[in-house]
Design a binder for this molecule. Sequence first.
Ligand code: NAD
Ligand code: UDP
Ligand code: UDP
Length: 474
Amino acid sequence: MVFSKRKMKQFLAFGVTIVLVICLYKSWGSPTNGGPPYGEGFDDEALNDGEMAGRKVFERVLKQTQHDPSKTASSSLVGGNSYNGPSNNVGIPPPDDYDPAHDFRMNELHEAKRQILELQRKIQELEGRIPRKYPDVTFLNYKNRKRILITGGAGFVGSHLVDYLMMQGHEVIVADNFFTGRKRNVEHWLGHENFELIHHDIVNPLFIEVDEIYHLASPASPPHYMYNPVKTIKTNTLGTINVLGLAKRVGAKVLIASTSEVYGDPDVHPQPETYWGHVNPIGPRACYDEGKRVSETLSYAYAKQEKVNVRVARIFNTYGPRMHMNDGRVVSNFIIQALQNQSITIYGSGKQTRSFQYVSDLVDGLVALMANNYTQPVNLGNPVERTIQDFAEIIRDLVGGKSQIIELPAVEDDPQRRKPDISRAKKYINWEPRVPLQEGLMKTVDYFRKELARSNHSQRNIFVPETTEFRNLV
Ligand code: NAD
Ligand code: UDP
Ligand code: UDP
């Protein structure tokens, strides 16, 4: 038997009402002690509509059985001292005004409360059986529907790509080891017939059948990729070999998520794809920078030798909802600091620059690149460049807090300038970013505000883009 949520709420309200009406009937017309209407187990905030209806009846019961001030008997179960009846108090005489009917009524109330809790438990159990509701995905027939693997699909960028491809009606398989990703980023698709989540470390081989692969698995923020540099290198070398081996075996098209870090601390500005970069091969960022450079090298080696159909996206700084709170990247750090009125920490002089793109623009670019025949690396980034100092002020003003902006020591090998030359993306895949910084930041601030408001796991902050937003994307 399948209940809708609404029906179940009505069922709960009805059940609670019946229990309380019985109670009301039994205690009708008999004055008793008052006191707080709810004992433990009645948590106002946890009450839903049905429970509220039940609670109103409960309040009525208690009003009608309220203490007559002319009497002085102490309350038993709802506050005050209690006389528990002759059998419990051998040798102690009952007070003059002891009313056995009062204890009886209180027992009845407790029994009612127990039954309500039991009903709540049953409702919760039934709710668990209700088929989940998903965003309305496009229907694609067998011929047009692709099976798409996204490695790292539970991460920040990957989860937005999942949303896009799911809405288009494709079958999406996510393989993720949850190092920096989270199940809740894709929670809204769990159980959908087109979606599958595999807990898998891409350093190990993966044998599945797919048409396309987006290879995003790799930590992306400096503190995360520096945390275990050897693992970062393995993920970007062995992991990429496995992905390319899989693509070779099944004849899948594969897109590799590379990075602007392949340009290192650039001495050409802005950076076109033809620039070979300026990377310190033994510095703290090398595990990531060189890992991604090898990843690109592997892609073109597999393309040449094994005829694997590859795409390489060089992604510049990207931000948006679902970034990790402790990610350590500049956008999440500054927003969280501003929201908490803490000092906004600039590493170094703040004169270094970055160019920030909103995540939906990046997703558009990744999909456009995959669909295109162009096989050389393509920069995907927003060319609007800002100093980190400017960026700190923009965020502080947007959040409206009282944060001070302070300077901390510069980090080693921090690239001083970064701005993508996106002429290739414009020319070959007809792509350029559309979301202005203020608009993207507002959505991101909103997301982090909700993240900070969470105090336990049951408080959800699931970012699901509006259907209209999906419509614009599809
Ligand atoms: P993220 O850390 O949020 O996501 C990375 C995902 O990969 C996580 O879900 C993580 O658990 C998973 N992962 C890490 N190692 C893995 C492994 N060995 N096996 C399986 N899964 C693994 O980062 P993101 O910002 O979403 O970045 C996604 C991709 O885009 C990365 O490859 C990153 O290098 C690239 N990129 C991102 C940016 C950016 O600004 N966000 C910039 C340049 C490049
Ligand atoms: N691989 C994989 N899934 C596949 C096919 C290959 O994970 O479906 C792995 C395989 O284990 C190997 C790597 O990809 O380690 C490279 O495969 P390739 O065929 O290029 O190399 P070989 O197996 O010949 O060493
Ligand atoms: N940064 C900063 N304060 C922070 C975090 C980062 O000033 O709290 C600076 C960092 O030194 C770098 C820029 O912001 O110059 C971007 O850093 P991020 O880690 O976001 O990405 P990167 O582009 O360096 O990979």
